[in-house]
Design a protein around this ligand. Sequence first.
Ligand SMILES: [Zn+2]
Ligand SMILES: [Zn+2]
Length: 319
Amino acid sequence: MRAMVLEAPGRPLVERELPEPKAGPGQVLLRVRACGVCRTDLHVVDGELPDPKLPLVPGHQVVGVTREGRRLGVPWLGWACGECRYCTSGRENLCDFARFTGYTLDGGYAEWVVADLRFCLAIPRAYDDVRAAPLLCAGLIGYRALRLAGDGERVGLYGFGSSAHLVAQVARWQGRRVFAFTRPGDEGSQVFARQLGAVWAGGSDERPPEELDAAILFAPAGELVPAALRVLAKGGTVVAAGIHMSDIPGFPYELLWGERSVRSVANLTRVDGREFLELAPRVPVRADVETLPLSEADDALERLRTGRVRGSLVLVPGP
Ligand SMILES: [Zn+2]
Ligand SMILES: [Zn+2]
């Protein structure tokens, strides 16, 4: 099969012919129909996450079909032990032994993928393959982050990319008001955010017209933590939704005072996956998608690195 392979962190992906993978016990073999590109893929490829499987096929927003024609989604959480203190308390996202698709397991930048059936998700009928792919991480992690942000009405989204454009739709549907923060001067993204119903959109260096109850950070820039705290009302929460972030600079305690909190969101549970995929068609959440052929995976990552993406990028293996 054709696959885009990471041979060493920091190097471009290379197109390779690999043997078709074989499904082991409890696994399914899927023909990949679409695979979303996530910022986490970029962190893996750039060597910002430790100890990836090597060589590695990245990609963890995989929509594929079994030989029997059953359509399944393969998300980031590819396996959890089921026995550790996290797994046995409903927190398999924190499992000490978890394995992750496209990081410690081969993922979907390929024509075929194998996955543990217990961790695959059913894809709602309402979505075609390409539009379903970004739901599997951008949508799902965004949904988990929104839940952990609390019930506040005024939600700030920092970094208006794949995840934020999906979460904005859920937040609006829940009756919240969305404030979108982009790179300073990125007017294209600000227009996009307003089209999706943001009541305000501006640069991450700007003050919104009112205080916020929560802020979710999708951009991997540590300096956004104190920036977000500065615009938060008392009792508000800053949620860091990315797997990697540059160091957070020091800030006065006064910014945290007033029962403000800062927390991260790590991975996902299967319960999150089922909940979100049940909710998505009811909103309905619509991904703004651009497709690229599998062989252009590196270009897709480069566009993500430089912020030249509107909505979500999805790779398709082709005929
Ligand atoms: Zn575990
Ligand atoms: Zn992801």
